[in-house]
Design a protein around this ligand. Structure first.
Ligand code: MG
Length: 384
């Protein structure tokens, strides 16, 4: 029996994780959840499980939840997320599932590694912003970081038993997002609701917008570089509209393996939770007779400039990645609030990265300072 400490329990990944826990009550026990401001969902989850800790965003909400569950520890704010990550610190078999959105996930990831607790990571921003810190910590601690992101989870599955010296390239597949059939000129007047309609995956709003700009794919290239210790030029994004192949590995003899499955996040989540075992999954089996075709297109960096910018930010190193993420978080939020246009996201994020003076190895404190400064500057200019 493994205890689960779940950050982001009320979001898309969190909800699907809970489905898996409910399906396998003999394998997992949900011990702690965070749920931002979704009080109804938090109450519903907490009524079903015997939780040790609940984390919410604000103090007022914490008081409300505490009244409902007087015997459960209730915490709030960013410190509450850290308390969740290190809840029951002697529980070495427990798993932290980090399904937070944004760089708010970084500190909980770090704290969990520091108490030698394995992390199942859906929060890619942790690695984009703090990959250099996390990499060092993973070398010091006897602990693993397992990816839930579908592309990386697929690569992780394919690399089981493979010698890293035989790996030549990783192909990260991309659906192309909600606007894949529009030209750059057609992007100028797209709306928030159009952007939120992803062709293949059902996900939260931040990642759906990141898919439409393909910032998400840029982040995933950086994520893969850290997770699999690959040179970034050997990590190739490729548009695969059907999202059936979740990613591919090319070996030095030019053979390629790909992982195929119905696009459903419950597969990668389940694989990571049961690893090294496999368990029957809740997803539909793939029916090859119903697949008419699988298509592949090169990623056009003129059409999707944020993919190229992410590769540049990785090469620039250090704090350039903090700026890339901070500017993107601010811009996606402003776009969702209809303060800026869709194409402004690219312009503002690019300008922020290109004008930043890079610090090579930023500390955690420096990362937070830069993040705050960049966001403040963008909100000041556009949030009116
Ligand atoms: Mg992904």
């Amino acid at each position: 029996m493994k205890n689960i400490y779940l950050l982001g329990a009320t979001g898309s990944i969190g909800t699907q994780t809970i489905e898996i826990i409910e399906k396998h009550p003999d394998a997992f026990c949900l011990k702690a959840i965070s749920g931002y401001k979704n009080l109804d969902s938090i109450i519903e989850i907490a009524s079903k499980f015997c939780l040790d800790l609940i984390a919410v965003k604000d103090m007022e909400d914490a008081l409300i939840i505490q009244k409902h569950f007087p015997n459960t520890k209730v915490v709030y704010g960013e410190n509450g997320l850290i308390e969740l990550a290190v809840c029951n610190p002697k529980d070495k078999e427990g798993l932290l599932i980090n399904a937070l959105v944004g760089m708010v996930g970084l500190k909980p990831t770090i704290e969990s590694i520091q108490i030698n607790r394995n992390v199942l990571l859906a929060n890619k921003e942790s690695l984009v912003v703090g990959g250099h810190l996390i990499k060092d910590l993973l070398e010091e601690h006897d602990v693993h970081l397992f990816p839930i992101d579908s592309e990386h989870n697929a690569i992780w599955q394919m690399l089981q038993g493979e010698n890293p010296k035989f790996i030549k390239k990783l192909y990260i597949t991309a659906s192309g997002g909600s606007f894949r059939d529009l030209s750059r000129a057609q992007l100028s007047d797209v709306t928030v609701s159009q952007a939120l309609k992803h062709p293949n995956w059902t996900m939260g709003s931040k990642i759906t917008i990141d898919s439409a700009t393909m910032m998400n794919k840029g982040f995933e290239i950086i994520e893969a570089a850290y997770l699999f210790d690959m040179d970034i030029e050997n990590i190739v994004p490729i548009i695969h509209r059907e999202s059936i192949i979740h990613s591919m590995v090319e070996y030095i003899d030019n053979s390629i393996s790909g992982l195929l499955a119905t696009p459903d996040m419950r597969m990668p989540i389940s694989y990571a939770m049961f690893y090294p075992e496999r368990e029957e999954s809740l997803i539909k089996p793939l029916d090859f007779t119903k697949l008419s075709k699988l298509t592949f297109e090169e990623v056009d960096y003129e059409r999707y400039p944020l993919v190229k910018l992410a590769i540049k930010a990785y090469a620039l190193g250090g704090s350039a990645r903090t700026v890339l993420n901070a500017a993107n978080e601010a811009c996606v939020d402003l776009f969702l609030k209809q303060k800026i246009k869709f194409i402004d996201i690219e312009t503002i994020v690019s300008k922020s990265v290109n004008t930043h003076k890079v610090i090579a190895h930023p500390s955690l404190d420096e990362i937070y300072e830069i993040d705050k400064a960049i966001k403040k500057e963008i909100y000041k200019k556009y949030n009116n």
